[in-house]
Design a protein around this ligand. Structure first.
Ligand code: SAM
Length: 287
């Protein structure tokens, strides 16, 4: 159901406002309405946000709220909210609080009884997951991997047998060491998807077994540039069949003219797979 009531600015509200992760067309009308009408925009980097606001011809004043001053500045903002002002919280890109500042402010607002209104919008983890082709029914977002190898491998050990999709943010200068540690801990067969430069000109979404992905990344320096999200397929129990997109596509076509059991047997023979795995996939995924 939709409720398209026009935006009406209310007092004493903290709005959580996502901003684009690359493509300025991804800001919502509601985000623009809120940013134009609040008393102040609390921003991770006021210069960066200033450029975004001026692009959209918005004159609202900004207030710096970043990782290093958040605990102190949050108190000032809560006071302003309690005195009747409304504030929009933004980060440099995407959704505030998601590997970005804002947690302390939101937590204090809720403790103080200040209403917090979240706007939906751009977020790299969800954008990447929606196109990665990895199971999306259960996933966990793990933020950035630690910068040092020992801590990074410990973290990877923690998720090595987790069956849901695990998602990490990564930076270009750490992508290769991180993939190499993943290779050591998770093995060459683990499927990993890299989603880089989402919503931008050089957007690339590439998925393959880890051993191959590292080679692919090494072939061209451009593949290691820009902002990136790493999505790791969950742990599969030993013997759990990996069905390629080609095999499931063949089954989907054959099942239109054959019973599922026969179609699964034919595809199993062609692709050297177990027919039970195809039969089960058919039951789970086809009408
Ligand atoms: N709050 C943001 C969000 O909602 O996605 C994330 C901020 S975090 C400081 C920045 C990281 O997000 C980058 O290092 C990268 O891992 C990921 N990221 C942001 N924009 C991206 C994009 N356009 N494509 C791929 N990854 C992106």
């Amino acid at each position: 159901m939709t409720d398209n009531k026009t935006f009406q600015q209310e007092s004493s509200i903290l709005y959580i406002v996502p901003t684009p992760i690359g493509n300025l067309g991804d800001i919502t009308q509601r985000a623009l309405d809120v940013l134009s009408s609040v008393d102040v925009v609390a921003a991770e980097d006021t210069r960066h946000t200033g450029k975004l606001l001026s692009h959209f011809n918005i004159q609202t004043k900004t207030f710096a709220l970043h990782d290093h001053n958040e605990q102190n500045k949050a108190d000032i903002l809560v006071e302003r909210l309690l005195s009747g002002q409304s504030i929009a919280l933004v980060s440099d890109a995407g959704t505030p609080l998601i590997s970005d500042p804002g947690y302390h402010l939101v937590s204090r607002c809720r403790q103080a009884g200040v209403k917090v209104v979240p706007l939906p919008g751009a977020c790299a983890v969800i954008t990447a997951l929606s196109a990665a082709g990895l199971p999306s029914d259960r996933f966990s977002f793990e933020g950035f991997l630690p910068p040092k190898t020992k801590a990074r491998k410990d973290k990877l050990q923690e998720i090595a047998q987790v069956e849901r999709t695990c998602i990490f943010y990564e930076s270009p200068h750490r992508i290769i060491p991180s993939l190499e540690d993943m290779l050591d801990v998770l093995g060459p067969g683990r499927e990993v998807v890299i989603a880089r430069e989402l919503t931008k000109t050089f957007e690339t979404i590439q998925g393959m077994p880890l051993g191959e992905l590292i080679l692919w990344m090494g072939e061209d320096e451009n593949r290691r540039k820009g902002e990136m999200v790493l999505l790791v397929h969950g742990y599969r129990q030993p013997g759990e069949e990996v069905l390629s997109a080609e095999a499931t596509r063949a089954l989907t076509i054959l099942v239109k003219s054959l019973p599922l059991k026969k179609a699964a047997a034919a595809v199993a023979e062609i692709y050297n797979l177990k027919k039970n795995a195809l039969y089960k996939w058919g039951l789970d995924n086809l009408d």
